[in-house]
Design a binder for this molecule. Structure first.
Ligand SMILES: Cc1cc2nc3c(=O)[nH]c(=O)nc-3n(C[C@H](O)[C@H](O)[C@H](O)COP(=O)(O)OP(=O)(O)OC[C@H]3O[C@@H](n4cnc5c(N)ncnc54)[C@H](O)[C@@H]3O)c2cc1C
Length: 301
């Protein structure tokens, strides 16, 4: 951002940030006849929009991202997150898997977890202890599922240049995925209660055969875990998406704490996102473009 106030004085509309929302706002304001200045802090514009593609976000600045995530979750996420420079979105290629919490118990119909909403499933406290018993959670699977393909997807975000092995065995070798010939042994590898994990897998396997479980997991999406070795991986929610910010009106005008529009100030995109904490997947880019255009037109009017 090199333009000073003096050089910005000849412009009708100043757009801060050249991501999807900023670009749409700048184009709309320009098309409405305004002289537009775009200020972008990054060497290359594009922002999150240039990274998007339907997957979990990933980060290059780990500490900054953790601070960001803590901030947007109002400090609800404990600091015990993995010391990784990247994050992958888990996606299972076979239905032979379960997800368990710190007590080695299942808590939902696993295939129904939509990845944007996964945080809502995992960011749950025990009301007696205040502990986050689902952070981390654990994906447990057998060798059939291991052989079905990589348990992650890497289609979007800054780490799409990185690889995850087709067989998942490189990640076993790195210690990211734990392996054991028995369910109890796997539990010990993951510091989970062995007896409880054995019970959980046994109950799940029985429900898979009997036609359903207490969580409403569809029988068609239940495949027993039978073939050793057994595998487990710790998982954390890691969606980097800012849903907070100032309220905005229908034309993109920023609404002040007095409920009145702040003259000359408009917002679009993630800043002040309309989605709140119940973000529906794929709504962000649409919002960036739609509100970018609205805000650009409003600013130029
Ligand atoms: C990996 C990934 C995948 C995603 N996939 C999807 C998807 O498939 N569908 C979907 O709808 N959403 C997706 N999202 C979310 C979506 O991409 C974003 O919500 C959306 O692009 C945000 O647009 P934006 O214009 O508000 O912000 P951005 O595109 O991030 O733009 C903000 C810009 O402002 C700049 N900036 C910041 N601070 C300053 C400053 N002080 N001065 C000047 N410039 C500044 C930044 O450098 C950046 O260029 C994804 C996000 C990620 C990270």
């Amino acid at each position: 951002m090199t333009a000073g106030c003096e050089s910005a004085a000849g412009y009708d509309v100043i757009v801060a940030g050249y991501g999807g929302a900023g670009a749409a706002a700048a184009i709309a304001a320009h098309d409405a006849g305004a002289r537009v200045l775009v200020l972008e802090k990054a060497p290359v514009g594009g922002g999150s929009t240039a990274e998007s593609g339907g997957s979990f976000a990933t980060v290059l600045d780990r500490d900054g991202a953790i601070e960001h995530y803590l901030a947007i979750t109002e400090g609800r996420t404990p600091r015990e997150v993995p010391g990784l420079d990247v994050a992958w979105m888990c996606i299972m290629r076979s239905f032979g898997f379960v997800m368990v919490d710190a007590s080695a118990s299942r808590f939902l119909a696993e295939p129904t977890v939509e990845h944007h909403a996964a945080g809502h499933a995992l960011l749950v406290r025990d009301f007696r202890t205040g502990e986050f018993t689902r952070l981390p959670s654990y994906l447990i699977f057998d060798d059939v599922t291991r052989r079905a393909g990589p348990i992650v997807t890497n289609e979007a975000g800054a780490n799409r240049v990185l690889t995850w092995s087709e067989s998942n065995l490189d990640e076993v070798g790195k210690g990211w995925i734990k392996r054991s010939d028995s369910v109890a042994g796997l539990a010990r590898e993951l510091s989970l209660p062995p007896n409880r994990l054995e019970d959980t897998v046994r109950e799940y396997n029985r429900a898979a055969v009997d036609g359903g479980d207490e969580f409403g997991r569809s029988p068609a999406e239940m495949v027993p875990l039978r073939e050793p070795p057994f595998y487990g991986i710790r998982i954390w929610p890691a969606l980097f998406n800012t849903q907070g910010g100032p309220r905005r009106g229908a034309g993109g005008e920023v609404i002040g704490t007095d409920g009145m529009a702040v003259p000359g100030l408009f917002s679009a995109g993630e800043l002040g996102s309309i989605w709140g904490s119940l973000y529906p997947g794929a709504g962000n880019v649409t919002e960036a473009v739609v509100f970018g255009r609205l805000a650009g037109r409003s600013a130029a009017a």
